[in-house]
Design a protein around this ligand. Structure first.
Ligand SMILES: [Zn+2]
Length: 360
């Protein structure tokens, strides 16, 4: 039923179109034309997302993948070796998330071409997912009628169904010390870098527990070696699938900053922003149940798993659209070794088709 060669050529075509986050115009134009040619009604919202609809009557199902990629993602030259698609090693491949986009297109083609019964579909192809889910956050969710959704934006064996993901808070702090000549009067200064370093050293970071992680990802400060630095800026994040644990983790990080600042007579400005919120679905949820049943029908092993990362599914679930995130076969994403097996993309398309066919 799935046209393997067509799916592969769609995927290759998509990865050859540059679409780093924020620069999705070309791929959006391409996809808009493709979706229209299949008979879908297509709009672009002010954020740049594509919202397309196939059949209007009845309760629609949301299908989602994102159009943007991380860098280095320009001039991707895909190569196929032993049924596995990779880049030539100089860029990422962009299977994250063009494998998801290609699978959605192939399934739409099969549904239209073979005139198969299916629920109405709302297709949301988002921009800037890799920039903190910016596209999905900018999506006017009131325009979607779907109450259930399927995101194709994760890895693992086909049949992997992400049913929970963490909340994420971003932490930005600016330590204010006092400048002084490093050789003449260092005792008159307060070294902001030293304060930041002590704070970071005191923070619990990395894997905190099975569902909680934290990272300090950026640091900047100072101007010259002969000046006691009066400013240091750090940025980090914390994630957990348990809100109380996340709160405790963020508090531990901010306390470390305050204590270090106090010890040295520095001050610190701390800004904590919620990036996205956790969701947790159960085997009882309709979309989960149907995905599990579809996987079994195809002889796949359904695996209901938690994820350590956020995706557009966090935004949809927060908006009340019960959404799973299924594997589209991508591996080693965000690296130049990124790859996807053709057989996995085909299996993913069969899986998605089977889920849709199981929905009245
Ligand atoms: Zn992705």
């Amino acid at each position: 039923m799935i046209n393997r060669d067509r799916l592969v050529s769609t995927f290759l075509e998509l990865v050859r179109i540059d679409s780093p986050s924020g620069q999705e115009e070309e791929i959006a134009r391409h996809l808009t034309a493709e979706l229209r040619s299949l008979g879908l009604t297509v709009e672009r919202d002010t954020t740049g997302n594509i919202i397309a609809r196939l059949a209007e009557e009845g309760q629609p199902i949301l299908l989602n993948a994102h159009m943007d990629t991380v860098q280095p993602g320009r001039g991707v030259k895909p190569v196929i070796e032993d049924g596995v698609i990779k880049s030539d090693g100089s860029t990422i491949l962009g299977a994250d998330d063009k494998s998801g986009v290609a699978v959605i297109l192939e399934v739409l083609r099969v549904l239209v071409e073979q005139d198969l019964a299916h629920p109405p579909l709302e297709v949301a192809l988002t921009v800037s997912e890799e920039k903190g889910l910016k596209g999905a956050k900018g999506l006017d969710l009131t325009r979607l009628r779907a109450q259930e959704g399927i995101v194709l934006d994760s890895g693992g064996e086909i049949g992997t169904i992400v049913i929970s993901a963490p909340s994420q808070d971003k932490i930005r702090a600016v330590v204010h010390g006092k400048a002084a000549h490093a050789g003449v009067a260092p005792e008159k200064g307060i070294n902001a870098i030293l304060v930041a370093a002590e704070a970071i050293a005191a923070m619990p970071l990395g894997r905190i527990d099975e569902e909680t992680t934290a990272n300090l990802g950026r640091i900047q400060g100072g101007t010259a070696t002969n000046i006691v630095p009066d400013q240091a800026e750090i940025e980090g994040e914390a994630r957990s699938r348990d809100e109380r644990k996340l709160e405790a983790q963020v508090q531990a990080m901010t306390e470390a900053l305050k204590k270090a600042a106090n010890r040295h007579g520095a001050t610190v400005e701390i800004d904590v922003q919620r990036s996205y919120s956790t969701f947790k679905l159960s085997e009882e949820d309709g979309i989960v149940r149907r995905a599990v049943a579809a996987a079994r029908t195809l002889g796949l092993t359904p695996a209901l798993v938690p994820s350590g990362g956020g995706s557009d599914a966090n935004i949809f679930n927060a908006a009340g659209i019960t959404t799973i995130n299924i594997s589209a076969g991508m591996e080693k994403v965000h690296t130049k070794e990124e790859q996807v097996a053709v057989a996995d993309m085909v299996k993913c398309a069969e899986f998605l088709l089977a889920i849709l066919e199981g929905i009245e």
